[in-house]
Design a protein around this ligand. Structure first.
Ligand SMILES: Nc1ncnc2c1ncn2[C@@H]1O[C@H](COP(=O)(O)OP(=O)(O)OP(=O)(O)O)[C@@H](O)[C@H]1O
Ligand SMILES: [Mg+2]
Length: 364
């Protein structure tokens, strides 16, 4: 039997993975605590927004030009991994345009009627932020095409053969769509955005600036090396940087005088098992199994998952993306393979022949 046919479907899988992510300090998704404090840490205008130079510069032009023309800004699509600042940027767009913002998300719009209700209540120039836009229902998506292009929706009245479409004019508005999966957007939708900003991972020095800024807002004293230490472990993601900062602050308050320096940051992140490159226990378990049990691979995903006592999905979707991004692990047609950097990172010595021992063929 094919595992894929009997395994959980995509939604169940996402749920499984979500649960698994909940207790991870280095997960880029927002947890309850993040949501509560993020509002306070969000930059309020483009100047305060750290990094993303290209997107910022391009967006600045789009917005300034619209303001100068006294027009509503073009629709904006923001794509990028979780925690890189899409929601933040959408709020900045509204602020820069001196416009109100309405916030909703793809999963919240089940029926086209839900979207019609939102669209028809927009004010002129309002920013509509549609988070997770790739998760909208098909009929809503089609309604959105027309709304974006012609500022018009057809409201269907009645059912069956007697149903009639009543066209409804909409005031001009700016749609800001956000997605972590730009590839899942149907091309007709993607094409209707006047501007698409791809958010990149942040450099360590950009994250240092994020950390210093947040520390100021949280009223925490932190020195340059302490901030660098946290930045280096934040996986290129401001949300993780802010979260690690809060955990290090806890440690500094309980174990020291509240000030954060390199020593405090290191000791705190040791307690939370986030290593110098930002790998946590799960990441290291996967990498450790690959190296110690399978000689660096190649080994199949299922075998690797069993070896670390995790679900396949957890290994594939939670641990691997970052390991691949860091150049520690490669996915090959024959299975998972560790890179020389992985051996070095775990302080192990690779066997001769580049680690492609015969034992690796078992799981492939
Ligand atoms: N460029 C930035 N400068 C400073 N802080 C930032 C920046 N980008 C993001 N942050 C901080 O990171 C946190 C997460 O950002 P945000 O919620 O905008 O991410 P997101 O891309 O919308 O994530 P998700 O995909 O999970 O919705 C915010 O609290 C914000 O303070
Ligand atoms: Mg968001």
């Amino acid at each position: 039997m094919n595992w894929d046919e009997t395994g959980p479907d995509t939604d169940e899988r996402a749920h499984l993975v979500d649960e698994r992510l909940d207790d991870r300090l280095v997960d880029a998704g927002a947890d309850g605590e993040d949501t509560a404090v993020e509002a306070a840490l969000r930059p309020k205008d483009l100047d305060e927004f750290v990094g993303q130079e290209k997107v910022r510069e391009q967006l600045d032009l789009v917005l300034k030009a619209a303001l100068a023309r006294g027009a509503t800004a073009d629709h904006v699509l923001l794509s990028g991994a979780p925690g890189l600042g899409k929601t933040t940027l959408s709020m900045i767009i509204a602020a820069e345009m001196n416009a109100p913002i309405r916030i909703t998300s793809g999963p919240a719009i089940q029926h086209a009627g839900d979207l019609a209700a939102i669209l028809s209540s927009l004010q002129e120039g309002e920013v509509l932020f549609l988070d997770e836009i790739h998760r909208m229902s098909r009929p809503a998506e089609e309604m959105l095409y027309m709304a974006m292009e012609d500022f018009r929706v057809d409201v269907i009245v009645g059912k069956g053969p007697g149903a009639t479409a009543i066209p409804l004019e909409l005031p001009p508005f700016t749609l800001v769509g956000a997605t972590t999966r730009a590839g899942l957007l149907p091309p007709p939708l993607r094409d209707r955005f006047g501007f698409t900003g791809h958010m990149e991972f942040y450099s360590p020095s950009e994250l240092e600036r994020v950390i210093h800024r947040s520390a100021r807002l949280l009223d925490v004293e932190i020195d340059v090396v302490g901030a660098a230490e946290i930045a280096g472990r934040s996986r290129g993601t401001p949300r993780i940087a802010n979260r690690l900062l809060r955990r290090v602050r806890d440690y500094a308050q309980v174990k020291a005088d509240g000030r954060i320096d390199q020593e405090i940051a290191r000791a705190a992140l040791k307690v939370y098992e986030v290593d110098a490159r930002g790998l946590d226990r799960l990441d290291r378990a996967v990498l450790g199994a690959l190296l110690k049990l399978f000689g660096g691979g190649p080994v199949g995903l299922s075998t690797l998952a069993v070896a670390v006592g995790e679900e396949r999905e957890t290994v594939e979707e939670v641990a691997e993306p970052f390991l691949v991004r860091e150049g520690l692990l490669a996915r090959t047609p024959r299975g998972r393979v560790a890179t020389p950097a992985a051996w070095a990172h775990l302080g192990l010595v690779a066997p001769q022949h580049g680690g492609k021992g015969q034992q690796g063929l078992f799981g492939a």
